[in-house]
Design a protein around this ligand. Structure first.
Ligand code: PBG
Length: 341
């Protein structure tokens, strides 16, 4: 045994054309946007280093990449996800990397959640002209977002602001700041991953402005039949993070119980403190005039007694409890929760 010698890292490369399976090669499906490629590259590099396998980024084009319809009109959750899942099930790739918040909450037959990597900044970021914060924007300022939740949160703090629908990739959105919009709101995680943190003028605290369930987290999906075999176990465990998985799953369980889609005006924030998992969620009236908040926590630890896997049921149960509290308080009357894909 020569345990002290690091095994050589595999290569990471990009393939825009279909790629046949091969021994020693992991094919990771990803959207082709700059954001998706940058976040999938980070995952691929970790896997190549940990396993010594070559890792190919296989670029899959999705409906969400080509349509120009407003996101809120695309039928709720999952618009970016189906093409990647189809490619995974068809054997065109071996793993698929998604932004976790884009995944529909329902299970997908034949596919398992293989890993949730360390979470990036979950906060929303204001990118305003002239370094302005939300409080400093002039009366009647024009702010762009495609998200009903972000619209409600902006209006809740500044009812005078003129919220405009916004679509397109990060560069397109940022390109409107100082042109026809005073500011846009985007996920900080995306801007950080793309090296565009310079455009951020304010990161909203999650306590005041909880973000979309799962925001800032990635989900790596695997065919269920492969999930318990090598080299998948090694590749997935190299990138999985117990705390990211628990917080993201608690937030998703809330969404699933509310039967809400990614376009629903719901913010959620889970965190681990000590041996506790805590979840706080807010449902908004879209005009920002009313909101309901619920919060709960459960004991949670990173290791189960025997297997070393995260205590599996705590996140789901926590999400159900907070959702039940919101429903009992009338959340379904406050906001359209539907849009589950
Ligand atoms: N809804 C689109 C979407 N899905 C994932 C991200 C990037 C941030 C993340 O990984 O959560 C974005 C862009 C945004 O919300 O600004």
């Amino acid at each position: 045994m020569n345990a002290s010698l690091p095994s050589p890292s595999g290569r990471v490369f990009r393939s825009d054309a279909p790629l046949a399976p091969a021994p020693g090669l992991l094919r990771v499906g990803t959207r082709g946007s700059a954001l998706a490629v940058s976040q999938t590259t980070m995952v691929a590099e970790q896997m190549a280093t940990a396993t010594g396998l070559d890792v190919a980024l296989v670029i899959i084009t999705t409906h969400g990449d080509v349509t120009r319809a407003p996101l809120s009109q695309l039928g709720g959750t999952g618009v970016f996800v189906s093409a990647l899942r189809d490619a995974l099930l068809a054997g065109e790739c071996d793993l698929a990397v998604h932004s976790l918040k884009d995944l529909p909450t329902g299970a997908c037959a034949g596919i398992s959640l293989g890993a949730v990597p360390v979470r990036a900044d979950a906060r929303d970021a204001l990118c305003a002209r002239d370094g302005l914060t939300l409080a400093d924007l002039p009366v009647g300022a024009r702010v762009g977002t495609g998200s009903p939740r972000r619209a409600a949160q902006i209006r809740a703090r500044r009812s005078d602001i003129d919220v405009h629908d916004l679509r397109g990739n990060v560069d397109t959105r940022l390109g409107r700041v100082g042109v026809d919009l005073d500011a846009v709101v985007l996920a900080a995680a995306g801007l950080d991953r793309l090296g565009r943190a310079d455009a951020i003028t304010e990161r909203f605290p999650l306590t005041d402005v909880p973000a979309a369930p799962g925001q800032g987290a990635l989900a790596i999906e695997v065919r269920a039949a492969d999930a318990t075999t090598e080299p998948y176990i090694a590749a997935l465990s190299a990138v999985d993070d117990a705390e990211a998985r628990a917080t993201a799953l608690a937030e998703r369980s809330l969404l699933a119980t509310l039967e809400a889609g990614c376009a629903a005006p719901i913010g959620a924030c889970a965190e681990v403190t000590g041996d506790e998992l805590r979840l706080r969620a807010v449902v908004y009236r879209v005009d920002g005039s009313e909101q309901l908040t619920a919060e709960a926590s459960l004991p949670w630890s990173t290791t189960a007694p025997d297997s070393g896997v995260p205590v599996p049921e705590v996140p789901a149960e926590l999400g159900r409890r907070v959702a039940a509290e919101l429903l009992a308080a009338g959340a379904a009357d406050l906001a359209p929760l539907g849009g589950r894909a």
